[in-house]
Write a protein that binds this ligand. Structure first.
Ligand code: G4P
Length: 522
């Protein structure tokens, strides 16, 4: 296959959702379609229960795939699909945001009873800043939930995004019967499965098909005809260009756990989602996917397993054909390196790959060589826009178990922070130990674990009451005109940590000459 055929058949995306909306379940169904796993339940063993989630090691064991891989590839109908992992809930961290920098499209998964939830909003913001096209999948239609039109309005009100239904549910809760696929005018009626059994399709047909009339009640069929009329005449028509610009979101309805509406979604997704495209460069211009090989690192994952303490850097290929053993310029290090053992992940399997293409995610064994944002290139020094750092929401101070180990601690902290595990803030005016920032507490647990295991430097972490960091532009605030704690980040940029939004607002009012940024200056 030619390079451009390989590019055209690739789809690289991430699912964003609030915990419990059904992301794991949907992922599993997609992988089942792709033959990447052979039975449901193999993505995440759930026996550990919620308690185990706060412990990094158990997460690693329990989740297998999620923590140790950043993306999984599967094939479906001739397409190569890369599904990026975006861990949720307690595992929620900057990694989750960064995964979106490697995606070409996003699926926003909503629970039909809960609609848009907190974590979905945060992830949506990042996806829309990157102008990623966003699909919406409304899940759990087999449970009582909100009216589809209400959910369409909510997405529009919160995000200014026009959700355009591509499928439409017939009934909901215990009366959920199936979906109508607008593109084909076909109805799929599902057979409700008994507990523990897989759902089946009871029948297919158009709105006027006798087979469908036999499977739905006259009232259900009439309601569906009215709904179709509403969609066709009142709601805006789907416009692929508007979708690609991030203005419209094609919306699907289903039930992941019952496998209702999932293949209908997957098939349209593959048609509508964009193939890997050009990526802008720092100094203007862009790299086209057909150009020679380039890739950037968006995640560095330490394998917590002591038996093989490898560190994997995950790189998204932007352009060109990758071949195992090829040489590429490590742009930051200004040296050529041989890419010998690139891995890719297929369900539970980790395999060495010989070839890979734009959109694919390579796992590179990383002997401390890669940092987040590093670029590999077979076309000389290129620089993509930096992989962003995000404003931390959790803070902790550090105490050393052995006060004499400060030097080792600083070395370890420096190296681990470079990988993007935590953010480091030094209190202004000099302090022997920093304050650490993260999006999720798991990041602190990873740091603590690694300092102990890799640097023999056990530390105690103490939660701090700060809720946000803001980077200051325009100098330091005058004494007595600010609330919060003045700090410098690891690069020496002035910042301030606030305990609440009142402190932030009041400080901003008292220091009109200064700007308080949510992200570090680029
Ligand atoms: P997450 O990764 O987004 O956190 O969600 P996950 O897939 O783990 O799903 C959360 C819960 O919602 C699970 O139930 C799952 O079975 C259920 N679920 C997912 N999709 C559907 C759906 O379409 N309909 C219904 N009714 N439930 C759904 P659980 O009780 O937490 O776990 P389990 O023991 O059932 O696996």
């Amino acid at each position: 296959m030619s390079l451009s055929e390989e590019i055209q058949r690739r789809r690289t995306f991430a699912i964003i959702s609030h915990p419990d909306a059904g992301k794991t379940t949907l992922t599993e169904k997609l992988l089942l379609y792709g033959g990447a796993i052979d039975r449901a339940g193999s993505v995440k063993a759930r026996e550990g229960g919620a308690a185990a989630h706060s412990d990094w090691m158990s997460i690693e064991q329990e989740r297998g795939i999620s923590v140790t891989s950043a993306a999984m590839q599967f094939e479906y109908q001739g397409r190569a699909i890369n599904l990026l992992d975006t861990p949720g809930h307690q595992d929620f961290s900057e990694d989750t945001y960064r995964a979106l920098t490697a995606a070409d499209a996003v699926v926003m998964l909503l629970d039909c009873a809960k609609g848009v939830e907190e974590q979905t909003k945060k992830l949506f913001r990042v996806a829309s800043e990157r102008k990623l096209p966003i699909f919406t999948f409304v899940n759990k239609l087999d449970r009582p939930g909100r009216e589809p039109v209400e959910l369409i309005d909510e997405v529009e009100e919160l995000f200014g995004l026009h959700a355009v239904p591509m499928t439409w549910p017939i009934g909901s809760g215990t009366d959920f019967k199936g979906v109508y696929v607008r593109a084909t005018g076909q109805i799929q009626v599902f057979e409700r499965a008994k507990a523990g059994q897989k759902a089946r399709v009871a029948g297919k047909g158009g709105l006027d098909d006798p087979e469908i009339a036999a499977l739905l009640t006259p009232a259900e069929l009439q309601q569906l005809k009215d709904d179709v009329d509403l969609m066709d005449h009142v709601l805006p028509a789907f416009d692929r260009e508007a979708f690609l610009r991030g203005e419209q979101s094609p919306m699907f309805f289903g039930s992941a756990v019952n496998n209702f509406g999932v293949s209908e979604f997957l098939e349209e997704f593959l048609e509508l989602a964009p193939a890997p495209g050009a990526r802008p460069l720092m100094n203007g211009g862009e790299v086209q996917p057909e150009q020679p090989f380039t890739a950037f690192v968006f995640k560095v994952q330490a394998n917590m397993n002591k038996a093989h303490r490898d560190r994997v850097a995950f790189a998204r290929i932007v352009s060109g054909r990758f071949e195992r053993g090829m040489d590429a310029l490590h742009v930051r290090e200004k040296k050529s390196i041989k890419l010998n053992y690139p891995h890719m992940f297929f369900g539970r399997e980790r395999q060495i790959v010989d070839e890979a293409y734009p959109g694919d995610i390579l796992g590179l064994i990383n002997p401390g060589l890669f940092r987040i944002g590093d670029v590999l290139s077979a076309q000389g020094a290129v620089e993509f826009h930096a992989v962003p750092r995000f404003s931390p929401e959790q803070f902790a101070s550090v105490r050393l178990a052995d006060p004499g180990a400060r030097k080792g601690f600083l070395k370890g902290l420096g190296q681990i922070a470079e990988e993007g595990v935590v953010q480091v803030f030094w209190p202004k005016g000099g302090a022997p130990l920093p304050i650490l920032g993260a999006i999720g507490r798991l990041q602190f647990e990873v740091l603590q674990h690694r300092l102990k295991e890799e640097y023999a430097c056990p530390v105690l972490l103490e939660s701090r009451g700060f809720q946000m960091a803001r980077w200051i532009e325009g100098g330091w605030p005058e004494p007595s005109r600010f609330w919060g704690e003045l700090v410098e980040d690891a690069e020496g940029n002035p910042a301030i940590l606030f305990e609440n939004d009142w402190q932030r607002r009041t400080t901003a009012e008292k220091c009109p000459g200064l700007t308080f940024l949510e992200h570090p200056p680029k």
